[in-house]
Design a protein around this ligand. Sequence first.
Ligand code: GAP
Length: 555
Amino acid sequence: MEMDQLVALCKRRGFLFQSSEIYGGLQGFWDYGPMGVELKRNVREAWWRDMVTAHNELEPPPGAPSPYEMVGLDCAIIMHPQVWKCSGHYDLFHDLMVDCRESKRRYRYDQVQGRWVEAKGQTIFVCTEALGPEATADLQHKALRFFNLRSKEADELEWHGPVTSLTTLESSAPAGGGSTAAGRQEKLYDFSRVLGPDAKTLDTLTAPREFNLMFKTIVGALGGEEDAAFLRPETAQGIFVNFKNVLDSTRVRVPFGVAQLGKSFRNEITPRNFTFRSREFEQMEIEFFCHPGQSRAWYQYWRDRRYRWYTDLGLAGQRLRLRDHSSEELSHYSCGTADIEYAFPFLAAGDFGELEGVAHRGDFDLRSHMEGKLVRQGDALVVEQDAQGKPKYRGSGKDLSYFDDLTKERYLPHVIEPSAGADRATLAFLCEAYCEDQQPDESGKPTKRVFLRLHPRLAPIKAAVFPLVKKDGMPEVAKEIYAALKPHFNAFYDEKGAVGRRYRRQDEIGTPFCITVDGQTLSDGTVTIRDRDTLRQWRVKKEDCPAEIRGRLGL
Ligand code: GAP
């Protein structure tokens, strides 16, 4: 599947629109249309139901070290600024970016790719923002233009090494062709031979600079800089700062998890790849609190449990994988992290994009909100100090430890965090569902059929009801069936146009079942039900439709 085909389908059938499209759009922001909103709601509801409301706290689920409880929270998007100072987001939540002095464009340093190329006695590093096969074509185009060569003179370009990140510029430089040692000593970043992604001349990129990803806002009508606050870049911190409230207001005992689902905001430097990297997006996060002695086993449980959630909902193929982070990749506080990743079609062959991270965070978060911002010193995490030797950012000072009244032990629980993105999951389900086949049209001619093989739980509409023709009492019967389905799930009634076209429209939005009232209905009271994927049709009594569809949906 080409990504363009899915993007076109999403627009055509009302899944996703560019935000503020009539004004030219706003990069990194997306609106879910009438079908998209149902699909994403179903993703969120599947997550909430499977993780929270359907969880049985009396029995240990397969693979879990013991039974556990789950509760939910819905916290404010704007929180006390100290939250982000203690969590580390204020100081550390940044990306490195480079600016182009010529094109005035800004790029994420680690996302600029390029390749060394030599022609006419000069060796340069030509850059692109394109990915995969498009990157190779774009690099050639840019190199030809720079060296003033025509397409048929492409063999005058001598390429050195593979396409590589700008961050590896020094190490990838061909012998004798890269930056000089003297240059390296004078400048930390020597971009003098770099042709920026949108530049026509060399050396237009600035040295990388830090750019905090949190959106800043001012609280209150008379507020000044001291009233600055931030839109949350993750939902997780709301859970940590409410840990004591949850303990004090419920009867939960460790181990237990707190789930939260909601919007997060990050001022991404280069939002891209449809909704994959957006500036406003939704997260589905769990903070699971457990005894330090059991945290490894719980980490293992959540890593496997969350992977299985995606496979159960249809991401079962080669395109989904669970990848453990290497020790170099781990955050300074993490004892183990695994990413659940999907091979999105916009990525180069062999590349995967993160759907969810499952992290063992130790007691880092609760300690930070108790004591203040922590930094690593050797093997220990200690409160970071300012020049006067005082805590750089003071914690709340509240006791966030847990007292186990059965064992009489007091301790700071460890945290396992499965952190997923609702928009990325929705996008992955859409990518996986997109299918094409050849089916006969009304005249029997094989034609292309596009359909979304969405898991029935996720499909925006579960069943469509059609009268075969708009006469002979068929619409009346069809409307009765439609009314009987509506209290149970989202159904759709359609009597317009040829029935073949009506089927195709439903296939394109992933409706698993279509019910048709035809001539036989009027004589024996049965209707046909058609399966989206197999196209098999069978007859049931019209009054049995709700039970038949509910049974097949597993409702
Ligand atoms: N509390 C941990 C945390 O926020 P993260 O890896 O930064 O971890 C978790 O984010 C998930 O949120 C990601 O796996 C992804 O699904 C989603 N996510 C993060 N940034 C995103 C963005 N810019 N656009 C869409 N989804 C994003």
